[in-house]
Design a protein around this ligand. Structure first.
Ligand SMILES: [Zn+2]
Length: 494
């Protein structure tokens, strides 16, 4: 396997080291994503101790710098800079399942008959490769911080692997406590025992233990939350208890909910109300809760999210692939209008197909314009905010990340403006969202360290990693018995 810690020292020439100063000057533009969405031309970034010490027009930054020494001076010409992207919903334990499942699955069949058997066969060593590979893919597409839904095995494994790679993120221990009444085809008793805690109390104890062990790992780059799976495999007590426990521990929680219209209909049939209403009535909403998907909501539920400060992670690629109906039933524009903080997520690679948040920016900018025949909906400016500062707010981390402002962490992405995708361009924001892809990313930095240099992720041997990933992926698929006999529809939990 990889040895991220051993090679970390050569990245960014140690720019994140205490006391070290790096100046990147004459950047063609900086999209700061501050409160005014300030765009700076001929911009400079001054980095000190892994943070942004100054940002602004190069002439102004140099004037403020005066005669102070600079350890490293970088010519930023033909480069543009944006804040690092923040992925508010990802499954790093799913990265080895790329393009394994059929693409005719709805959310519930995907989860119950394909994803769960796959997850159940991801062992510790598989998960370490999966996390490292996924985090490397994220760095290559400009993501500097993530919220992981939860480890299949040990949250510490995710914390160590991601922490060693240098990326920033929130990890957690996956938890569910409500077994299906009958064991579905392809599931084993061993798998059920691995996947489900006996009840919500035991689950919450394990989650608390993870938070106490791993929150603040890697100099604070890695945080650990009280994450649960959500939906039918979790009791109401676990949904509500996770948020309460998170509040007590001073962290956040996240779970999937209202992630398909089928889930909401099942909830209506069983409990006489949709899932978010059920949680709201149990006093389970709050500003430390990130709801993943939340595609099937009533207008009253949108109002409840706004009133309680509950945030949402919207995953456009997954909605397209699993037919969640973001554009037909989703109320994301209404949430934004109501003041709900909506971040963007990639979801895992089998749900979404990719871990490319830049692609989600492109999708969210246009999906609702097209669906509602309204060219003013969402658009480029809001899409970039959703992928940066709104994501930071959802993670409760906007005091440190999400925009290019003095005092914040030096997490940013440099684009190569000589790349054909940028040749030529006029408006940087429009080009970023509508014209270019992650292919024109030149560098990705986290905490003042250059982790992607345009050719490679600098903290891992990607060639060896990919070879190991291919072998392990094939082995998991074989062990999990994922073949043509696996059902593509479901009545589980109905
Ligand atoms: Zn998910």
């Amino acid at each position: 396997m990889t040895k991220p810690e051993a090679t970390a020292g050569r990245t960014g020439t140690g720019a994140g080291a205490p006391g070290r100063t790096t100046l990147i000057e004459h950047l063609e533009f900086a999209l700061t994503v501050d409160a005014d969405d300030t765009l700076v031309r001929d911009a400079a970034l001054l980095l000190r101790d892994g943070r942004i010490a100054d940002v602004g027009p190069t002439a102004d930054v140099l004037a403020r710098l005066g005669d102070s020494p600079v350890d490293e001076r970088i010519d930023g010409r033909r480069r543009g800079v944006i804040p690092g992207l923040i992925d508010t919903h990802v499954h790093l334990s799913e990265t080895l399942s790329r393009a394994v499942f059929p693409d005719v699955l709805s959310t519930r069949a995907w989860v119950f008959h394909w994803a769960k058997p796959f997850y159940a066969h991801v062992d510790d060593a598989d998960e370490e490769v999966s996390v490292t590979l996924g985090a490397a893919e994220m760095l290559r597409s400009g993501t500097t911080c993530f919220l992981d839904m939860g480890a299949q095995n040990d949250a510490g494994l995710t914390a160590r692997a991601a922490g060693g790679l240098g990326v920033r993120g929130v990890v957690g221990r996956h938890a569910a406590d409500r077994k299906p009444e009958r064991i579905p085809p392809g599931w084993s008793q061993e798998m059920v025992d691995h996947h489900f805690f006996p009840d919500h109390k035991v689950a919450l104890e394990a989650l608390e233990d993870s938070v106490r062990r791993w929150n603040g790992h890697a100099d604070g780059r890695i945080r650990c939350w009280v994450n649960i799976e959500g939906k039918e495999p979790c009791s109401l007590e676990l949904h509500v208890g996770a948020r309460d426990l998170a509040e007590r521990l001073g962290v956040g929680t996240t779970y999937h909910i209202a992630s398909s219209i089928e889930e909401s209909r099942v909830s209506e049939k069983k409990y006489g109300m949709w899932p978010v209403t059920r949680v709201a009535q149990a006093d389970g909403l709050g500003s430390n809760l990130v709801l993943a998907h939340a595609v099937a909501l009533t207008d009253d539920e949108v109002a409840s999210l706004a009133a309680t400060g509950t945030t949402v992670a919207f995953c456009p690629s997954t909605s397209l692939k699993l037919a969640k109906g973001a554009t037909s039933i989703g109320k994301y524009p209404e949430m934004i209008e109501a003041g709900v903080t909506v971040g963007l997520g990639t979801d895992g690679v089998s749900a979404a197909g990719n871990l490319n948040l830049h692609r989600q920016v492109h999708l969210v900018a246009g999906l609702f314009k097209d669906a509602r025949l309204d060219p003013t909906l969402v658009g480029a400016r809001k899409a970039l905010r959703m992928a940066t500062v709104e994501g930071a707010k959802a993670l409760g981390w906007d005091d440190e990340i999400g925009s290019l402002e003095p005092g914040k962490q030096a997490d940013f992405v440099l684009f190569d403006l000589d790349h054909h995708e940028w040749s030529p361009y006029s408006d940087a924001l429009q080009a970023l969202v509508w014209s270019v892809s992650a292919a024109s990313i030149a560098e990705t930095w986290v905490a003042g360290r250059r982790l992607y240099d345009g050719e490679k992720v600098t903290t891992v041997d990607e060639t060896a990693l990919r070879a190991e990933a291919r072998e392990r992926a094939a082995s998991i698929v074989a062990r999990a018995g994922l073949n043509d006999d696996v059902p593509v529809t479901t009545t589980l939990y109905d």
